[in-house]
Design a protein around this ligand. Structure first.
Ligand SMILES: NC(=O)C1=CN([C@@H]2O[C@H](COP(=O)(O)OP(=O)(O)OC[C@H]3O[C@@H](n4cnc5c(N)ncnc54)[C@H](O)[C@@H]3O)[C@@H](O)[C@H]2O)C=CC1
Ligand SMILES: Nc1nc(O)c(N)c(N[C@@H]2O[C@H](COP(=O)(O)O)[C@@H](O)[C@H]2O)n1
Length: 223
């Protein structure tokens, strides 16, 4: 599986506000690029924190792009990493616009799993107390996901780097300051202290009034 992380940060490195409310950081050209990246992906993955904060839909904005790169019809699948099954039953990702996988851990109750399935999700388990990401991605691979796009947030991106599962990072840096020591950043979690994932800068492009930084993760391409 090939894993691309995409995020938009302010010039001071924040994904959203300290209230965890969504901020429009990208401009129209960057949103169009994100849409093309979604169209080229078999699935788009977020953590449940992003679902709770943003209630995203994760479908293609431009329906003419549906499957244009994947060679099939429709939107990419949607994936929510959600250990205890906290995804609201009326979340937009659970509508019928695309297949939605909710990956839970063993701690999710049978009632909650059944409720999510009734609401439209395909629920599967990876891990015991918290979703085990290597197992989750392996199970997505069994379901035909070869190209995976990750759209945040900071906790899930950190965990994917920690598990050495990221191949590429696309970071759009917008021209605004959000601030706030509690505001999410592109890699939150406990943080690295001794050994740091190393990136190789492949491209720098001016997009809208910001900069798109495209990195390869060092060491991943040889695996
Ligand atoms: N500017 C941007 O590009 C984006 C911004 N955001 C912002 O990010 C914030 C949400 O980010 P986060 O709170 O960090 O939530 P998140 O979306 O990273 O989800 C984290 C949650 O996933 C669950 N989880 C299960 N297994 C996990 C594992 N192995 N590792 C990590 N998490 C696991 C946990 O409940 C955890 O709290 C919101 O404020 C949203 O607006 C989100 C996506 C993109
Ligand atoms: N690329 C990008 N730029 C921004 O400025 C953003 N705020 C985000 N946020 C992400 O987009 C998701 C919304 O998806 P839908 O439009 O509802 O399909 C949101 O949840 C973040 O993942 N991204």
């Amino acid at each position: 599986m090939h894993v691309v992380v995409n995020a938009a940060a302010s010039a001071d490195g924040k994904l959203s506000t300290r209230r965890r409310e969504q901020v429009t950081i990208s401009g129209p050209d960057d949103f169009a690029r994100v849409d093309r990246l979604r169209a080229a992906s078999d699935a788009v993955l977020v953590g449940v924190g992003t679902v709770l904060a943003d209630d995203p839909h994760l479908t293609l904005d431009d329906p003419t792009r549906e499957g244009e790169t994947r060679g099939d019809a429709g939107n990419p699948a949607r994936v929510v990493v959600d250990s205890s099954g906290r995804t609201p039953l009326d979340a937009r990702v659970l509508d019928d616009a695309a297949t939605t996988y909710v990956v839970v851990a063993g701690e999710a109750t049978a009632d909650r799993r059944a409720a999510l399935a009734d609401a439209g999700a395909e629920v599967f388990v990876a891990g015991d107390e918290r979703v085990a990401l290597p197992e989750a991605l392996s199970k997505l691979g069994e379901r035909g996901v070869g190209e995976l796009m990750v759209e945040g947030g900071g906790e899930i991106i950190y965990s994917l780097f920690e598990a050495e599962l990221v191949d590429e990072l696309s970071l759009y840096v917008g021209s605004l300051v959000i601030g706030g020591r509690e505001a999410p950043t592109p890699a939150d979690g406990p943080g690295f202290v001794e050994s740091f994932p190393q990136l190789s800068l492949r491209d720098v492009t001016r997009v809208d009034d910001g900069v798109l930084l495209q990195y390869d993760v060092v060491g991943r391409s040889e695996r």
